[in-house]
Ligand binder design. Structure first.
Ligand code: ASP
Ligand code: MG
Length: 403
């Protein structure tokens, strides 16, 4: 098999840990597989380089920042290669440029445009283990080094796995997979063996620490089998994130996600005329505010109520946007003591009674649901924040996720 492995900052955070990564790679090579390993900078290194630049300038040139920041990953790739060579393993490090990763011109947040796999294929054919410096490429036009945005090494790994048609792309972090819910909230949470791309994207809050959403989207697009696993317990299997068709037994519900970063905006007594929703939500979209759940209640006397949620970080901007609608509504208020709990599962598509079970579970705990929204594979509910953990545990129990 051809395996692309990716080791994050914590996994290569010290010289000992880089040695530990070398051991993991040796074992996989000894098992007869070809290996391309993508590495991050040692943890804290990228931030340190940013601070160095800020010592001289608050607005350093983005081209220079790319030159600077790309060095962190190069250090790790060379060190890991040296460690492997020393132990008699044929290994070669590659910068983004040498690995054939071409990007557009958007320095510090470049997009990968194409990957020329010639160098990597040749090196593999010569029996090398390849260690690629993650998070970087070279611009097609300017031939300058570019970086892919923070956390971009995941993207490097997925893009390479897609381009070279690797059998699997294993993302190593300090967590050994994706769980049915956050184990700090529900200690009975279980590690998932398999999960579909779409479920993973919906459960982003559970995977936030281990997988960048952008790279899951890319894996879906390029059809890359992703595995989330730990470099600290490499003997543990991890979670496979794959196509829905590859999952034989689809659980009705795979996981429970919790989002505490939303606030609810309420507009009361809004004049109920055609185009009002369009006006409001166009204004919010123009301000780049990502509206999540929207509920409009049935109008009376030509008035209606409108509730929606937005990310907490957009609160100030949202207030500014809403000020232009003061005349349109009797009252506008904001509630920041809410949270969103969601149940996610592809099996939902073909089962009935999934939603009612969630509502009953919350009712049994006397938790009031303020807003409900559903999609094909997700049911989200807005509740008071103080009940967040209780709700997660109740739902986890209701769908027997500990079994
Ligand atoms: N070193 C970069 C960062 O800290 C890229 C990465 O780790 O994926 O954002
Ligand atoms: Mg990282």
């Amino acid at each position: 098999m051809l395996k692309v492995l990716k080791f994050g900052g914590t996994s290569v955070g010290t010289l000992e840990r880089i040695q530990n990564v070398a051991e993991i790679i040796k074992k996989i090579k000894d098992d007869g597989h070809d290996v391309i390993a993508v590495v991050s900078a040692m943890s804290g290194e990228t931030n340190k380089l940013i601070e160095y630049a800020e010592h001289y300038s608050k607005t350093p040139s983005e081209r220079e920042m790319d030159m600077l920041l790309s060095s962190g990953e190069r250090v790790t790739s060379a060190l890991l290669s040296i460690a492997l060579n020393e132990q008699g393993y044929k290994a070669t490090s590659m910068s983004g440029r040498e690995a054939g990763i071409y990007t557009n011109n958007s320095h510090t947040k470049a997009r990968i445009e194409e990957i020329d796999t010639t160098n990597m294929k040749n090196a593999i054919n010569e029996g090398n283990i390849i260690i690629v410096a993650g998070f970087q490429g070279v611009t097609l036009e300017g031939h300058r080094v570019s970086t892919l945005g923070r956390g971009g090494s995941d993207l490097t790994a997925v893009a390479i796995a897609g381009a070279i048609q690797a059998d699997v792309c294993e993302i190593y972090t300090d967590v050994d997979g994706i769980y049915t819910t956050d184990p700090r909230i529900e200690p009975k949470a279980k590690k998932l063996e398999k999960i579909s791309y779409d479920e993973m994207l919906e459960l982003a809050s559970l995977g936030a620490k281990v997988l960048q959403n952008r790279s899951v989207e890319m894996a879906k697009k390029l059809n890359v089998n992703l595995v989330s696993r730990s470099s600290f317990t490499p003997e543990v299997e991890g979670t496979l994130i794959t196509k829905e068709e590859n999952i034989m037994e689809k659980p009705v519900v795979s996981g429970i996600a919790l989002d505490k970063n939303q606030i609810r905006v309420g507009m009361y007594g809004v004049i109920d005329r055609p185009g009002i929703a369009s006006t409001i939500f166009t204004a919010l979209a123009d301000a780049n505010i990502n509206v999540d759940m929207i509920v409009q209640t049935r109008g009376a006397d030509g008035k209606t109520d409108l509730d929606f949620t937005i990310p907490r970080t957009d609160w100030e901007v949202c207030k500014k946007v809403m000020s232009q609608f003061k005349e349109e509504a009797e009252k506008i208020d904001y509630n920041d003591t809410i949270c969103k709990v969601s149940i996610v599962g592809v099996g939902m598509k073909s089962h009935t009674g999934v939603a009612s079970k969630a509502f009953s579970a919350l009712a049994n705990e006397n938790i009031n649901i303020r807003i409900i929204s559903t999609s094909e594979i997700k049911i989200s509910m807005i509740i008071e924040e103080k009940y967040a953990e209780l709700a997660v545990r109740a739902l986890h129990d209701a769908y027997d996720l500990d079994k």
